[in-house]
Design a protein around this ligand. Structure first.
Ligand code: NAD
Length: 321
């Protein structure tokens, strides 16, 4: 069995390798070659932790496995460990034998950023110049770095419920040589691309905050009850997602579906756009919305890629098992 420890991931994995892995697995999902297994997510009744598994099988990329992990809210305060903890296990699809164990913490941020980045590449207007961020926590910096590679952006704007966190985004913008402006929600109308990445349970982004032709990547809503975008805005947009079943149950579309404003059949898998079986954006005035719910196959895809990189560099640890 191969082991790629968490401490090695930052040196091995690149944004472009994560992008390629996620784009390929989204394409495989839409082509019917890759499936996600039902998600397990349970409150442990210990340490207030939420724990679960996300798994799947990608016949095209030949990755089989699962990500096990969750959220331990007091890790940082008590032990100096990050609160989200996860590990990916890969199995040999031919034999069922375990192939690799891979640190999943940084990979989760990279695969989540790759998902919105894939949506921007395939759905944002080619002439997008201003990117707007809603949220400025741990994931937001990863999101912004990856998104900036997709278009010739000239400016970053941002809003966060806790404005003291915005300098984290400004730092990413400055590193990319771009100006950053903190704005009120109304100011987000200037954005050609918006990314929402908060842990909100109420709509933040309303219809009047979004201009025509904008692409919105909704990345924060990954659980029943969470919400970042008003249902009227979801209903106005052309809808895309990683997986329709998750979009309607745990993603941003869940509320618009529950209100009867959107039907499951209104939502397209982004893989169909990647595979060119769906045209994606069809006009410059259209608002496109990508509901990025986060699927297990993304985790397997980036973990497989990092195992290949570790083998190529000779840094994978091999153990008899
Ligand atoms: P974080 O705790 O580091 O940051 C949370 C962000 O949400 C901050 O910007 C904070 O100001 C904001 N926020 C907190 N409470 C809010 C509220 N009530 N209203 C509006 N904003 C609020 O978290 P993170 O690691 O950056 O994760 C952000 C979100 O992304 C979480 O909801 C997480 O579950 C989700 N996530 C999604 C995926 C996916 O694949 N879609 C993957 C990883 C994380």
């Amino acid at each position: 069995m191969l082991i790629v420890p968490e401490r090695e991931i930052a040196d091995l994995m690149t944004r472009s390798a994560a992008f390629d892995a996620v784009e390929k697995v989204f394409a495989a999902m839409a082509a019917g070659e890759a499936v996600n297994f039902p998600v397990v997510r349970e409150a442990l009744g210990h340490e207030d932790a939420l724990y679960g598994f996300k798994g799947g099988f990608d016949r095209a990329g030949m990755s089989l496995g699962l990500k096990a992990g969750g959220y331990w809210p007091r890790n940082m305060e008590r032990r100096g460990l990050i609160n989200h903890q996860s590990t990916v296990f890969l199995f040999d699809p031919d034999t069922g034998q375990v192939r690799a164990m891979v640190g999943g913490n940084l990979l989760t941020a990279l695969r989540t950023a790759a998902a919105s980045s894939v949506s921007i590449r395939h759905l944002a207007r080619a002439d997008a110049k201003v990117i707007g961020m809603i949220g400025a926590g741990h994931q937001a910096a990863f999101q912004l770095r990856a998104a900036l590679e997709q278009r010739d952006f000239e400016k970053v704007i941002g809003w966060n419920l806790h404005p003291e966190m915005l300098p984290g985004l400004e730092k990413v913008a400055t590193e990319a040589g771009l100006p950053f402006e903190a704005v009120a929600l109304e100011g987000l109308r200037a954005a050609d691309v918006l990314i929402t990445i908060t842990s909100s349970f109420d709509a933040i982004l309303l219809e009047e905050h979004v201009g025509p032709g904008t692409h919105i990547a909704c990345m924060g809503t990954d659980t029943r009850g969470k919400q970042e975008v008003a249902t009227a805005l979801v209903a106005r947009a052309s809808l895309f997602t990683d997986e329709v079943a998750q979009a309607v149950s745990i993603g941003e579309c869940q509320h618009a579906v529950a209100e009867g404003r959107v039907r499951e059949s209104d939502i397209t898998q982004i893989g169909a756009v990647i595979n060119a079986t769906h045209p994606g954006r069809v006009s410059d005035d259209e608002v496109t919305l990508f509901d990025g719910t986060g699927v297990g196959l993304q985790d397997l895809a980036v973990a497989s890629a990092v195992v290949d990189l570790a083998l190529a560099r000779g840094t994978a640890i091999e153990v008899e098992f």
